[in-house]
Design a binder for this molecule. Structure first.
Ligand SMILES: NC(=O)c1ccc[n+]([C@@H]2O[C@H](COP(=O)([O-])OP(=O)(O)OC[C@H]3O[C@@H](n4cnc5c(N)ncnc54)[C@H](O)[C@@H]3O)[C@@H](O)[C@H]2O)c1
Length: 328
């Protein structure tokens, strides 16, 4: 019997790639999205229901009518800067939205959920690479909302037997190699699409901070290909079917650090064009380095990233950026 999975935020960047992947593995993704940021044309591997997470009744009806066996929960707001300016928007959507979903799940006896968490829950890490047992001290409301939901999931596990996996992604990057979907955020704040846009259009790309304690002075991040995130969601969902654990958290990164200057040279190598980079002071709240230790998910779930070379990841993102411009 095929398994129906509710994918909240499935019209968004990571959600749409995950729908494609889980469909190829025999699961049926059913997207639930309000399309505030998602795109209807990104929903290609199953039906969608247009609705808001905060509409508990509609979520409940959707779970029941579609015979949903489990949930992959991406829907959230994810702009760190905006979360500092407008925290209520984040607490309402990310925390109350998740509570609404969990309420609907309890009422319909859906007891499995994979949750999109983030390395932002760690705040400024004490050491690199970051392991799951390190302290979680978010330094912005966005990270707080994700940590709060992780804590709620643990409490629901103990009290109601909910089974959950929190996947703490580092920086999602790249696009489907077939270029039918890819990253399409408005506004875009992520370094790789912005650097590619700069190379393609000549628009300014600001490098924030050149005096960090890193080899070239710019910030280092761990860029994980979106298809590697997608495969991890599938494995996490399968794990929930067998595992006796109520709650498990896994980091998701490549374990390799890439600086902003590394991105500039990789974009040049891939596109043959220069990024129009300008240099600005550090932004408040940007840790010098965020690199994942993903040994836990590799050993427990057998997950392995396919994209370990940043050039390969940027190649898929470049192909998508070119295609996206033809679309519009
Ligand atoms: N992109 C990254 O690098 C990254 C890193 C760590 C964690 N995450 C998390 O992964 C998830 C997906 O990120 P993304 O980059 O694909 O974002 P995205 O904005 O592309 O996708 C989020 C989707 O959720 C939908 N949505 C938001 N609020 C909703 C609501 N109340 N009801 C229904 N739908 C709603 C949006 O319309 C959108 O389609 C988010 O939870 C984000 O916090 C992303």
């Amino acid at each position: 019997m095929s398994i129906n999975v509710l994918v909240t935020g499935g019209a968004g960047y990571i959600g749409s790639h995950t729908c494609k992947y889980i469909k190829s593995k025999g699961l049926n993704p059913i997207v639930y999205d309000n399309f505030v940021y998602g795109h209807k044309k990104a929903v290609q591997w199953g039906p969608y229901i247009e609705g808001d997470l905060l509409d508990t009744e509609l979520v409940q009806k959707t779970l029941k009518e579609n015979n949903i066996q489990g949930v992959i929960h991406f829907a959230a707001y994810a702009y760190v800067g905006e979360s500092v300016q407008n925290p209520i928007k984040y607490y309402e959507n990310n925390v109350m939205g998740s509570l609404s979903l969990l309420k609907a799940m309890r009422e319909t006896n859906v007891s499995k959920i994979v949750f999109s968490s983030t390395c932002a829950t760690y705040g400024i890490p004490q050491k690199i690479p970051i392991t799951e047992d390190m302290p979680q001290n978010p330094i912005n409301p966005y990270g707080q909302t994700k940590l709060i939901v992780e804590n709620i999931l643990q409490d629901y596990g103990l009290a109601y037997g909910l089974k959950s996996v929190a996947l703490r992604y580092f920086n999602a990057a790249g696009a489907s190699p077939e270029s039918e979907i890819g990253e399409d955020h408005t506004p875009e704040t992520h370094a790789i699409p912005l650097a590619l846009e700069s190379a393609i259009t000549g628009r300014e790309f600001k490098v924030f901070g050149t005096d960090y304690p890193t080899p070239d002075g710019t910030c280092i991040r761990d860029y994980i290909h979106v298809d590697d995130l997608a495969s991890a969601h599938y494995l996490a969902f399968k794990y929930l079917e067998e595992s006796r654990q109520n709650f498990t958290a896994f980091n998701l990164g490549t374990g390799k650090g890439t600086s902003v200057k590394d991105i500039l040279s990789a974009v040049h190598k891939v596109s043959g064009k220069d990024v129009n980079a300008t240099f600005a002071p550090r932004r408040a709240g940007d840790p010098a380095q965020l690199v994942a230790d993903s040994q836990k998910i590799q050993s427990v779930l057998g997950w392995k990233p396919i994209y370990t070379d940043i050039h390969k990841t940027i190649e898929t993102a470049y192909k998508w950026e070119i295609k996206k411009r033809d679309y519009k």
